[in-house]
Design a protein around this ligand. Structure first.
Ligand code: FAD
Length: 391
């Protein structure tokens, strides 16, 4: 093996993208002794894009069975993180509470609740007086009830990224940052032979696209369309704020998509702007920031006393049905994609890595049936999913 510009010039498997998904894939491949695993990240540090800008929410309360299964698998693994990974992970299982403010939401959540119970989850259904008692900071206007799952919560995205990356390196994977993949070479237009990078060519028979919001561009290098669009999402974190007593759950109002939870002594507030169109602009939109704060103060009036301290925007990596793609890259032999988690990638990182390593090494994912996540579903509207709990 030769080194080009300080970097090795061949690998058995090249993972493109060093967010939480790429490092999880690297770790899972390395622990299966998959050969020479090389991860390439264009930014100067890991987790610089969506992963580093995310809210850290980890929950199993989804409306589709496949999303719920990805979460349950991942929560199991997060709960055993210290034993498995051996690096620190700040993880608070303080629960998620979904406030239900319309007949339609109540009906949808009743359906989901039956599915969650079938999958072994213990989700509490709270009547309004119980919501009032458990979440005294909530303005109860319109609240018809709520669901609460105690195994949900939130964790530090940096701990997850660094933990997987360090463990992958301990197991022999090589991680290079500051390296942009500029092309993927194919033999006869169908078989991966190398990747071209800003630091030279790396010969390889396998690539895994873990490129989040940029995956459409990378898929295009192989002539395959992967319909993942970048959509801006914003976060505001307040200064130290004690008027809501710990521990309190991630509180979600689906009617507005407002959510908030404890963050570094303050409160992290998020909300989706449904007028956003696809694009890579991740500057903070002040007007929408105002709207987020007003909405937060309406639902939790005590937040009037909280002072905004930090604010930022980042990109969701959104597919047409808000579910990821974990699959081969169309007709291209040796190419795989694990991307498009549509705003839920951090919480699904353990499952994503495990399933992708199975797909690459065994030819088929065994831990969970992931036929629902095939790329080909986008050409058949009947196979698209309908995830109702998107925030
Ligand atoms: C505001 C906000 C809040 C969120 N909240 C949550 C939450 O509470 N819970 C949750 O689970 N998820 C949340 N998410 C979503 C979560 O952040 C993403 O789903 C997850 O980070 C996706 O990980 P990834 O590794 O696929 O993408 P990324 O972290 O974006 O990583 C992809 C990497 O690929 C690299 N790359 C791209 N092109 C190339 C190239 N040509 N060569 C080399 N490298 C390349 C990029 O630089 C990038 O680092 C949130 C996202 C945002 C923006």
């Amino acid at each position: 093996m030769f080194k080009v510009g300080g970097m090795q010039n061949s690998a058995d498997i090249v993972i493109i993208g060093g967010g939480c998904i790429g490092v999880s894939v690297a770790y899972h491949l390395a622990r299966r002794k998959a050969g020479r695993v090389l991860l390439l990240e264009k930014a100067e540090f890991l987790g610089a894009e969506s992963t580093g800008k995310c809210a850290g929410g980890i929950r199993a309360q989804f409306s589709t069975e496949i999303n719920t299964r990805l979460s349950l698998y991942s929560i199991d693994r997060f709960e055993r993180w210290q034993d498995e990974i051996g690096h620190p992970f700040q993880y608070r299982q303080w629960g998620y509470c979904f406030l239900l403010t319309s007949d339609e939401l109540v009906a949808n959540f009743r359906k989901s609740h039956a599915m969650w119970t079938r999958l072994g989850m213990n989700v509490e259904w709270l009547a309004p007086p119980q919501v009032e008692q458990r979440l005294p900071y909530v303005n109860m206007e319109g609240v018809q009830g709520a669901t609460f799952h105690s195994r949900d919560g939130f964790g530090d995205p940096n701990d997850i990224t660094q933990g997987y990356a360090k463990r992958a390196q301990e197991l022999g994977a090589v991680i290079e940052t500051g390296v942009t993949v500029t092309g993927i070479e194919l033999e006869g237009g169908r078989k991966v032979t190398a990747v071209q990078t800003s630091r030279g060519r790396v010969a390889t028979g396998s690539v895994v696209l873990c490129t989040g919001a940029w995956t459409r561009k990378l898929g295009g290098m192989c002539g395959v369309d992967v319909p993942i669009d970048p959509i801006r999402r914003q976060i505001i974190v307040t200064d130290k704020f004690d008027d809501i007593a710990d521990p309190f759950p991630m509180t979600v109002d689906l009617s507005t998509t407002l959510y908030f939870h404890r963050e570094s002594g303050g409160i992290l507030i998020g909300m989706s702007d449904h007028t956003e169109s696809a694009g890579f602009d991740d500057s903070f939109n002040e007007d929408f920031g105002e709207k987020m704060l007003l909405t937060a103060m309406q639902r939790a009036p005590v937040l009037e006393n909280a002072a905004p301290k930090h604010k930022w925007a980042g990109l969701y990596e959104v597919t047409p049905d808000h579910h990821p793609v974990i699959d081969r890259l169309g007709h291209v032999q040796g190419a795989y994609v694990c991307a498009g988690f549509s705003g839920h990638g951090l919480m699904h990182a353990p499952a994503a890595g495990a399933l992708t390593s199975e797909l690459v090494l065994d030819g088929k994912a065994g831990s969970i049936d992931i036929r629902a996540l095939e790329l080909s579903r986008f050409s058949d509207p009947a196979r698209l999913h309908d995830e109702a709990n998107v925030i």
